[in-house]
Write a protein that binds this ligand. Structure first.
Ligand SMILES: [Zn+2]
Length: 194
């Protein structure tokens, strides 16, 4: 059934499925949803406000392309505004309350579990909300034991990637530094300012 759902719709984006295809997807063995999370915050004078959101979405889509077509994995639309209170002193930063984000994750996660999905991956591009997503994941798992919930952070992997960056940039330069600037130059060079 899941294979049919994928084949008819040809998309890993849940919002592009019809409701019967969504239902079939949810009931496929091993059905997994990935929900990308970004932030809307200052990234220095040279990177866009949506840097973390762009990374989460673009890296996720590139990874999903490597899966075999029959893999039962779909994605939700990007949550592009996150939890960034530490950047509110800069114009252009938009931030949601932690409780609101946690509640949203619990609410949507409960609905996915009720539909029959077995796993939810919270794929996060913003370092300032790692703990928040861990809390939401633990509460969601406790309330809905049938749903496996995995929060993960884009910059935590792959192994060994940190060695590409020299000190002190490796320890101190993460926000809008060499690492994020390099990735943006690779993915969207037109969005990097001087
Ligand atoms: Zn960032």
């Amino acid at each position: 059934m899941g294979d049919d759902a994928y084949a008819c719709q040809g998309s890993r984006r849940l919002e592009r499925l019809t409701w019967p295809a969504f239902q079939a997807a949810a009931q496929t063995c091993g059905s997994t949803v990935v929900w990308p999370f970004g932030a809307f915050e200052q990234h220095g004078p040279h990177l866009p406000l949506g840097t973390d959101a762009l990374f989460a979405e673009q890296i996720l889509d590139q990874v999903l392309e490597t899966f075999p077509q029959e893999a039962p994995i779909w994605r939700l639309p990007l949550q592009s505004i996150g939890f960034s209170p530490e950047h509110l002193g800069f114009p252009g930063t938009l931030s949601l309350p932690a409780e609101l984000l946690i509640r949203s994750i619990e609410t949507v996660g409960a609905q996915l579990a009720a539909a029959g999905f077995e796993r939810l991956v919270l794929f996060n591009g913003h370092g300032g909300q790692i703990a928040l997503l861990q809390v939401a994941a633990r509460q969601l798992r406790a309330a809905h034991p049938s749903l496996g919930v995995l929060p993960c952070f884009l910059w935590s992997g792959p192994k060994g990637i940190g060695e590409l960056i020299e000190e002190p940039e490796r320890s101190e330069g993460l926000h809008a530094g060499q690492v994020e600037t390099s990735l943006m130059l690779q993915l969207n060079p037109e969005l990097v300012g001087p």
